[in-house]
Ligand binder design. Sequence first.
Ligand SMILES: [Fe+2]
Length: 421
Amino acid sequence: MIIRKALFAAALLATCAAPVAAQDAHTPVLAPATAQPERIVLNLTADTAHEMAITWRSAPGLAGLVQYARATPGPDFVKDPATQAAITDDATFAVEEDPAFSAAYHSAVLTGLEPDTVYAYRVGDGTRWSEWFQFRTAAVEARPFRFIYMGDMQNQVLSEASRTLRMAFRTAGDAAFTIHAGDLINHHDSDREWGEWFAAGGFLYAQTPQMPTPGNHEYVKDQNARAGSSINGQWRRQFTLPENGPSSVPEALETYWYTDYQGLRLISIDAPQLDRNEAERAATVAWLDDLLSNNPNRWTVIFLHFPLFSSDPDRDNPKVRAALKPLIDKYGVDLVLQGHDHGYARGAIGPDGPSADDAGATYVVSVAGPKMYEVADLAWARRTAERTQAYQIIDVAGTDLVYRAYDATGELLDSMQLQKP
Ligand SMILES: [Fe+2]
């Protein structure tokens, strides 16, 4: 008995040691879908006051249903919920860990919702259900709200990047949505890494819409050889983002998109496509020009992965800058929120170069995960930080926009305020 106990202890030690090593190496471990609904995530649609998109996955062969109702203070909302069938993609496709990976991906867009109203919903197959989650629809008119902006999580997504995301939710648990500026994961089609991303947010993703734009790591690595290449197989299956990007770039559906939220226009630019898809660049710029020239909102935020102004002089994206900067200046875009450079930098840049905060768009580079690059002395930046995992909370309230960056411990790293009468 003593010997068996000793053997058991040795085995336990070996098991405990294994995950530490696995964090450093890229160890493919497949995360199979189960009968229980999982990876449940909300996305905003193009009609934030009347709709909500819900996406999740389960084991292959299972149906997808959503039940939802106006939330009530007590338990009565469960008595007579509406039931909506999801669109189910019973998919088999190649992921890094398995050339024939199978899962049922379910998505449903709830429509006809009341503005500024709390709804409860659950997802399942009619037998197995998730718990009830709650979300609030947007108001039709401009109304104060806040949102979270995350740079690249990308590396050690669960073990080391998750704390930044979770601190963001601790700081602003009432955020209307989260934007992710690309490179959510490191290996574009690694299902293990996507599993880490969903584990990092857990139930938070099911109650606060997550709004990502892709980075280069969401695409295959050979950028030059795949000018018009499609995004990884998980992206469109596990998110339900607005399908209102430039119609001439069908391979970038759900990567370029925009939506309006309570007085703010939010635009996702697919930076890898913009950078490498020379043939479609003019059409993409025309799409953006139209969005900016016909914009009834007071505030405009563009977010994309490749910075127009880098935090490292050896990293530059001249094609992206040349394509976007003239429109940003012309239409007075307020914030350009970016990733990719694994450092922190923030400054305003107008048509003639670096400027005061309120005379030009504010450009930010930020990183949420643990991978760090050098940050140079930058002529354009009013604040920089090196080796700092950060998250940002942006408060939009009428004529005021307050931007705050925090480091991963929750200390205020940077702040600035914009006013627009
Ligand atoms: Fe990147």
